[in-house]
Write a protein that binds this ligand. Structure first.
Ligand code: FEO
Length: 399
């Protein structure tokens, strides 16, 4: 797609990736984009350089539609991860006069990654760069989402180039969120936040506080469409996630071998609903882990359900446990249930492991032998209702 002028003299020159389906473990069913921005003033600055997988040619072609890439004065690296810096080598070959600006840590990392003698310059937190009529101001925003990350802000145009923050993995011919549809973008924003930024939630809050007094009427993230409307909605979602707000919602993460645990899931879900929690259930064998992690974000209660496998936890459920760590949220409550054939063991081991991880796990995990009958289904329902009441702080059915 062609470059697009966002404001006078400020262009999106990035690369849309319709094909990507896996972004280092995060499933990207809607593709993505690697955004780069060109600021054309008396001096010319390029902000970030797109992914190398076919991206360099597109990026340079987009720039060349606006200016001769050889006339770029500054290349600003907000983030050194390859999806932001992968085309730097090609860009710096052409932009021979350009100085490469990054945070102190960014300069170090780019050196370690590309081993090139580029003309580097470190920029400090709050430092300004005049391009003529416009200024670029840099804000260190470590851990959004690597330690060296920074935001770049143009006060005259009120644009914040926010790097990974406020991004979404969405490929589209439209460049603005309101053109794609805010409601369509929000689930991608949430999944992106959950998988890439939730573990750095204190850094997210710190960065938001740092820019809270800036006049911002446009946010250009490094992925997905640009925000020019609904910025209040965007900030409200980020602050809600970063402050660990939960909804009256439960998520069941389950595995099943012959369907017994799956039958239990249905009855437990009905009980959760009766106890006041909306419920979603995910079979780990059929669902990408990043989709489940996104759903955990605002869940008050997480239920892990596993059949017993060789006296222990069903391996696909055991393999999911590390994903629970991604949101780094130990305030959530957990409950455990599952089926077994003759020896049992999965629920006890799951409870032990989850408690060792630091979670509050409801006492008296429910385990049932073979396939549930009428009485067992009723027991599952009551277990779900009790778990919901326990998670909501009411008198626990398991107490
Ligand atoms: Fe867009 Fe941290 O990568």
């Amino acid at each position: 797609m062609a470059p697009i002028q966002l404001k006078e003299g400020i262009y999106w020159v990035g690369v849309v990736d319709w094909d990507i389906r896996d972004f280092h473990g995060l499933s990207t069913d809607a593709g993505s984009s690697y955004n780069a921005y060109l600021v054309v003033d008396e001096k010319i600055a390029l902000i970030d350089a797109a992914d190398p997988a076919g991206g360099a040619g597109t990026l340079l072609r987009h720039i060349a539609e606006i200016v001769d890439p050889a006339t770029i004065n500054y290349v600003i690296s907000n983030h050194s991860e390859p999806d932001h810096s992968g085309a730097l080598s090609e860009v710096m070959k052409v932009a021979t006069q350009a100085t490469l600006l990054a945070s102190k840590d960014g300069v170090k990392r780019l050196g370690q990654m590309y081993h090139q003698e580029w003309s580097f310059r470190e920029v400090g937190d709050g430092e300004k760069l005049s391009l003529g009529k416009r200024t670029l101001k840099f804000f260190n925003t470590p851990l959004l989402h690597w330690p060296e990350t920074m935001f770049t802000y143009c006060p005259e145009e009120k644009i914040l180039f926010s790097c990974d923050a406020f991004g979404s993995h969405v490929a589209s011919t439209e460049r603005f969120v309101d053109e794609v549809g805010t409601d369509l973008v929000l689930p991608h924003l949430r999944k992106y936040y959950a998988f890439l930024l939730a573990c750095f939630r204190k850094a997210v809050l710190g960065a938001m506080d740092k820019v809270k007094d800036l006049e911002i009427d446009m946010i250009g993230p490094s992925h997905g469409p640009v925000w020019r409307r609904d910025i209040d909605i965007l900030f409200r979602h980020y602050r809600s996630w970063a402050t660990l707000e939960v909804a009256d919602k439960a998520t069941i993460v389950y595995g099943t071998m012959w369907g017994a645990t799956q039958t239990m899931v249905g009855a437990v879900a009905d009980g959760l609903k009766a106890g006041g929690l909306e419920c979603r259930a995910w079979n780990v064998k059929n669902t990408d882990a990043s989709d489940i992690v996104s759903d955990l974000l605002d869940s008050r209660l997480i239920l892990m359900a596993s059949p017993t496998f060789v006296s222990g936890i069903y391996p696909p459920i055991e393999a999911f446990i590390p994903y629970l760590r991604i949101p780094r949220d130990k305030t959530k409550k957990l409950a455990v249930f599952g089926s077994f054939g003759w020896s049992g063991g999965a629920t006890r081991k799951l409870t032990e492991i989850l408690r060792a991880e630091g979670y509050e796990v409801m006492d008296d995990a429910l385990q049932q032998r073979f396939f549930p009958g009428v009485d067992e289904v009723r027991e599952c329902y009551e277990f779900g209702r009790g778990a919901a009441e326990w998670a909501r702080g009411k008198e626990s059915a398991s107490a």
